[in-house]
Design a protein around this ligand. Sequence first.
Ligand SMILES: C[S@@+](CC[C@H](N)C(=O)[O-])C[C@H]1O[C@@H](n2cnc3c(N)ncnc32)[C@H](O)[C@@H]1O
Length: 250
Amino acid sequence: MMDRNADAPWSEFDPEVYVDNNYRTPLEVDLKIVRLLRDHFSRCFAAAAPRSARGVDVGAGANLYPALSMLPWCEKILLLEYAPPNVAYLERQTAPGGLDATWDAFWEELCQAPAYRGIDPHTEVGQIVRVERANLFDLNGQRRWDVGTMFFVADSMSEDAEEFRQGVHCFMNALDASAPFAVAFMKQSQGYQVGEHRYPAYPVDAHRARQSLQPYAAELEIHDLRHTVRPGHEGILLALGRRNSAGGSS
Ligand SMILES: C[S@@+](CC[C@H](N)C(=O)[O-])C[C@H]1O[C@@H](n2cnc3c(N)ncnc32)[C@H](O)[C@@H]1O
């Protein structure tokens, strides 16, 4: 039977185990992603006033590096997350002085670009970043942001093709025209384990990633990163681009 988003045990998601599995020891592929994010946002915001954008990371889970990558340009960043244990994790990370040293290795990569220098994420995350419990599927275009990220969410929350498509649609519909964005998918994922619980995935290849995002994008590049982080997937797809003004009606 197909696992849909509402069927998965989100209230049992263990953020500490997830960080142990994925981020506590930084993987070369994540450091590469962070460098690509850094260069993409630096290019997109080259002419923008600092601290003028409102950013969003959708399905932030237990990953702070997408938010860190948006930090120099944002007056506010909102982390939207559905699973209550992940919301609690993010609230701890974004409390004053709460950012864990785990994220320093990722900040080191970001700091290689001028826009990030002179920012102390341990101070600024507490000032700029806020957390809200929300369901991606409830984003209906009423609320929109100037820059956004969605990492391993639309592909990693359901086995259903229609929910994958709807997840991409809801995220893209939450971005203003010309908003820079970054979206990551596990390539051809068969699902994943966090502690004792199994979570569903929808298999995405580079063609499907492009097909799903292109209707919403004015600019789009797909990076096919052939590093595997565990059995059951074939790499990581990182899509970088800018929102177009009209495309992608549901
Ligand atoms: C594989 S994790 C990715 C977490 C994080 N973004 C990262 O890069 O590691 C999938 C995330 O999607 C969240 N999620 C699942 N269903 C969701 C929904 N309907 N709305 C928002 N987030 C959801 C999960 O709670 C989890 O944090």
